[in-house]
Design a protein around this ligand. Sequence first.
Ligand code: MG
Length: 168
Amino acid sequence: MRIGLGYDSHRFEAGRRLVLGGVTIPDATGLKGHSDADVLIHAVIDALLGAAALGDIGSHFPDTDATWKDADSAQLLAAVVAEIAAAGWRVGNIDATVICERPKLRPHIDAIRARLAALLGVGVGQVSVKGKTNERMDDTGAGVGIAVHAVALLEPAAAGGTESEKRI
Ligand code: MG
């Protein structure tokens, strides 16, 4: 098994849609970013790539590349899951903590988990998403933006080891 850690943060920006885990949150201020700024999917992507030692989101989808302007992060996640599968891994589970003072996430958590599970090709019981405030401390607590921590566990997709293990 392999474990990976991901982190991302984005500032709020008026006039943009808020997308978290591939789900549009209604009546909420969106986030600034080159893509759709889905901070949760970005952290999950880095956790997955980290677990497979396949680099990071910036090396796969550079924000200097116009291809990824306003990109749908759900499509980026699907591409990463395919790359990880090609390397011989499948997702064991994901756990993420989304930190913001607003909006309240609880009403949206189940929809986000279901969407992430579909994108990851796993059951919803393998995807955990937790919302927390930062108790009004620091910039996240002052409502400047949203930060996400995520971990991912990968398992070999088939007996006989992964491509990366065979190279050792
Ligand atoms: Mg990001």
